[in-house]
Design a protein around this ligand. Sequence first.
Ligand code: FE2
Length: 228
Amino acid sequence: MLNRREFFTITALGGAAIIFGYSALLRATLKKEVKAMSYATKDYSKLIGMEGFSETLLKNHFTLYQGYVNNTNKVLDILNQMLKDGKTGAPEYAELKRRLGWEFNGMRLHEYYFENLGGKGGINKEGKLAKKLAEDFGSYEAWEKDFKAVGTMRGIGWAVLYQDISNGKLINFWINEHDVSHPAGCNPILIMDVFEHAFMIDYGLKRADYIEAFSKNILWSAVETRLK
Ligand SMILES: [Fe+2]
């Protein structure tokens, strides 16, 4: 279904195309509208130089993230075309729909991850997030212990501090893969990537050391803005 802006854009352009015979104008502008909806890769190069993260590791990670953005756009484009072509009953359509969660969350989770890095100095213990963590976990230290324990669990995935929007409660979750086990109705507050590509170049199998480095570089001011 068209939204209000798209409806007026198409109606106005359709009128112009009929009057002036500029069907090419209509096609070009609609193409531009669709293109404008594509996701753009964000630049996180300012993180290079961060203590405990080599340039090689970060650059590899940025490239991997870019792949998720590209694939999200690609999958959305193909699905959109299949819808227009009446191919929604095809097995390819179903498989791409399944794939979309993987690519989209791979893109978005990396953005949350990079955006909650680049800080120094630890959490402001008098801030609202530190107080909320202490309220929900007993103490900030108890939350940190739990979060790190989630991050060191065997397997690849993500450690995520979520806030349940229904009651405001903060909960640490283990997310096994990008596209599964995200808690419905919850808002991600702090994201830590524990896929091997996030640390093996610098730390080998010493994931706990990577988690220490991650913890020292959390940009708590950005994390706190995610709290409702
Ligand atoms: Fe990653």
